[in-house]
Design a protein around this ligand. Structure first.
Ligand code: SF4
Ligand code: SF4
Length: 181
């Protein structure tokens, strides 16, 4: 881990989210409605449990935090009004700050490739994301058979879309990076 000490993890998590993970009483209602639950090695409420037990490395290396789509279903279902979507976001932020890699590196690499396109172009540029992900993961041939039909149906454009306010978006990324340090 770099920059931060493990003992600071919980205080930082509480500071970022303005809520204490102890609030969660592990009813599992969040995970029952989570759309990525079936693809995750651990249900979202278990990631909260890891933190409750002080297993911060387990929380930060869990592929579940990178699979989370931020859909807020969990947050809207929680009887304790625990904002689990915000919690997931904060655990991801802290994993980056601590330099902790996911147990499933590819999910994290895909997430990073997506964010890089938003930072550079202001919105998702699918072809750029694909190239960046392939270079990071070295998984050059996965789904390669889908490329011709994807191109022919116009699902991948060769050039990024033009959006307004790219400089402001870059500034948001820069400032949020400085906050994390
Ligand atoms: S629904 Fe709320 S209280 Fe229940 S397990 Fe999920 S986060 Fe915890
Ligand atoms: S915000 Fe994340 S953890 Fe919560 S239901 Fe959506 S995908 Fe699952």
């Amino acid at each position: 881990m770099k920059n931060l000490k493990a003992k600071d993890f919980k205080q930082k998590l509480i500071a970022i989210t303005s809520q204490d993970p102890a609030q969660c009483y592990q009813c599992g209602k969040c995970s029952a409605g989570c759309p990525v639950r079936d693809f995750a090695e651990a249900p979202p409420n278990r990631v909260v449990r890891y933190v409750q037990l002080g297993l911060y490395d387990k929380a930060m290396t869990s592929p579940t935090i990178w699979l989370c789509a931020g859909c807020q279903t969990c947050t809207s279902r929680c009887p304790q009004e625990f904002d689990l979507a915000k919690f997931m976001d904060a655990v991801r932020e802290l994993a980056i700050a601590y330099g902790v890699k996911s147990a499933d590196k590819k999910t994290q690499e895909f997430h990073e490739a997506f964010l890089k396109q938003i930072e550079n172009f202001g919105r998702a540029y699918e072809l750029g994301m694909l190239i960046d992900y392939k270079l990071k993961s070295k998984d050059f041939f996965q789904d390669v058979d889908l490329a011709p039909s994807t191109f022919s149906k116009g699902k991948l454009s060769l050039l990024p879309h033009n959006v307004k306010g790219k400089q402001q978006i870059k500034k948001i990324f820069k400032e949020s990076g400085e906050v994390k340090k």
